[in-house]
Design a protein. Structure first.
Lengths: 102, 162
């Protein structure tokens, strides 16, 4: 059985990659996808921390299930907004969308 | 027994390598379609890691709800859009530094748990249901309301009623 340290290390690396992608990209869909990487990292971290004790495990599972449901809902909303933006502006660049608001 | 331990460690190493490589490809690949595909692989690798940690229910939920519907939804939506040339923000050094600082800061927070072995114990579904209904009923209610709102919002946006 691997130590929890390695699971935490994987989660932190994923979070770092997500932060890098979030800062360097301007496409709305790409930003959503990089945020999803960070969500995956946070979920792995949550379940890793819940594995410390048997008392935390049920709470960890319930929180993870709720988080996955809400993340799926959030994906639906953001992708719908992106499709609408693309129809209206013919672009998914967040800088262009910010400049032309109002 | 030792063979099973070795297999678990091997599965962890392969899955974590797959997850990290997929995440890197999500950020660096030029095509959005391939980026969504690699996100799909990352979600699957994460589900395997959950199963290795002793959460088979969360792993199945991740595969069916998250990978099976949410990421596939992104993938199909991108196919509907025309691929546009992407521009990147020219702050790669700053972004790398910020990402490294994030990792170091989080590692400092979680440094104390580096020697603990994970507790692998099966939780009954009835225990979970009981916990949700008795203790987390408000969170469940909020989730249901959020998802209903999301459904209405997505339908409204898709019909261009805004």
């Amino acid at each position: 059985m691997m130590s929890l340290f390695w699971y935490i290390a994987v989660a932190l690396l994923l979070a770092g990659i997500g932060v890098y992608g979030l800062l360097t990209r301007r496409n709305l869909i790409r930003i959503l996808i990089t945020v999803e990487i960070m969500f995956n990292a946070a979920l792995l971290l949550l379940l890793t921390m819940a594995s410390i004790s048997a008392a935390y495990k049920p709470t960890g599972i319930v929180l993870a299930l709720l988080a996955i449901s809400l993340a799926s809902a959030e994906v639906g909303v953001v992708v719908s907004i992106a499709i609408l933006m693309f129809r209206l502006k013919r672009s998914l660049d967040v800088y262009e969308i910010m400049e032309s608001r109002g | 027994m030792s063979l099973s331990i070795d297999l678990t460690s091997l599965a962890f190493l392969l899955t974590s390598a797959l997850a990290i490589i997929s995440a890197a490809l999500v950020v660096t690949h030029r095509s959005l379609v391939y980026a969504a595909f690699f996100l799909d692989i990352l979600g699957t690798a994460n589900a395997i890691l959950f199963a290795l940690l002793g959460y088979p229910l969360v792993a199945v939920f991740q595969l069916t709800v998250y990978v099976g519907s949410a990421i596939t939804f992104i993938l199909f939506s991108i196919v509907m859009l025309k691929e546009v040339p992407e521009t990147t923000v020219p702050i790669r050094e700053f972004a790398l530094l910020t990402a490294a600082l994030t990792v170091v800061a989080l590692a400092g927070v979680f440094y104390s748990v580096n020697v603990v072995e994970p507790v692998v114990e099966t939780i009954e579904i009835s225990t979970l249901t009981d916990l949700v209904v008795r203790k987390y009923w408000f969170a469940l209610l909020l989730s249901i309301v959020s998802m209903a709102t999301t459904l209405i919002e997505a339908i409204t946006l898709a019909r261009r009623e805004v």
